[in-house]
Ligand binder design. Structure first.
Ligand SMILES: [Zn+2]
Length: 255
């Protein structure tokens, strides 16, 4: 199994990170992609990829990251990616977030555009974060001449939004919140995404799936989300695991 979206560099894991990694392996999670949200966490993701077998990193500036010097940050991320081609497997998380008001939409779009260019230069897929801004993100992406491949992580829209993401050629990933009883719209979105376009993720430490809801999330918990999705899709969990693993390996070019 692969946890395609984790933030294990957070301080919340400082005291027991080795045990978290051990539990992940015991749960059959053989690969974990840690996702950068700024230059510092992109570096930390890379450090984890160097320390733990089966770990990979993405580099990127989250839409809510306050960027002082965009060109400088992009150059730093590019250097990280080029120096570590086996470990840096994507650009992200990037996108738009209108829920938090810290960064103006115009600045978010400038950062997004620059990072789509970066992904194209590096030949890497992208990881989209989007909150309360799907309409704008779709409109933005439709104007892009060449779209890098990628995934809408922690999908937050309904069925028609999922269809638009798929129509743009993207994969769609659901985090633990798809398992919550009230997540009717998300569950409806899940139904329209073909199994071959799905990825599994925790987005840990956030969004622990229903059986462990409210606790700190970790890669070992991704199995709960796998089981929920498999049941919703009417397929065997092992089969879902096999398909999503192959999809993730192929999308990110994992070894
Ligand atoms: Zn994330």
């Amino acid at each position: 199994m692969i946890d395609s979206h984790a933030h294990l560099y957070y301080e919340k894991f400082d005291e027991d990170r080795d045990q978290v990694v051990l539990r992940a392996r015991e749960a059959g999670v053989v690969r974990v992609i840690n996702i950068g949200t700024d230059v510092a966490t992109s570096e930390k993701s890379l450090e984890l990829a160097k320390r733990y077998m089966g770990f990979y990193a993405t580099v990127g500036l989250h839409p809510t990251t306050k960027v002082v010097d965009l060109l400088r940050d992009i150059a730093l991320l590019e250097t990280l990616a080029k120096a570590n081609p086996d470990r840096v497997v994507g650009v992200g998380e990037i996108g738009l977030d209108y829920y938090w008001k810290d960064v103006a939409p115009a600045a978010q779009k400038e950062s997004l555009a620059a990072q789509l260019d970066l992904a194209r230069r590096l030949g890497l897929p992208v990881v989209y974060h989007c909150r309360d801004a799907l309409e704008d993100l779709f409109a933005f992406l439709q104007q892009e001449r060449i779209q890098p491949p990628g995934v809408f992580h922690c999908f937050s829209g309904g069925p028609s939004d999922a269809e638009r993401a798929l129509a743009l050629g993207y994969h769609v990933s659901f985090a633990g919140n798809v398992t919550y009883p009230g997540a009717v719209n998300l569950q409806a979105a899940l139904q329209v995404v073909p199994v071959e376009k799905l990825l599994l993720e925790t987005d840990c430490p956030f969004l622990a799936p229903q059986p462990v809801r409210g606790k700190r999330n970790e890669p070992a918990h991704v199995g709960h989300t796998r089981d929920f999705i498999a049941k919703s899709k009417g397929i065997d969990p092992g089969e879902l695991e096999r398909i999503t693993e192959a999809t993730t390996v192929s999308l990110f070019g994992l070894s």
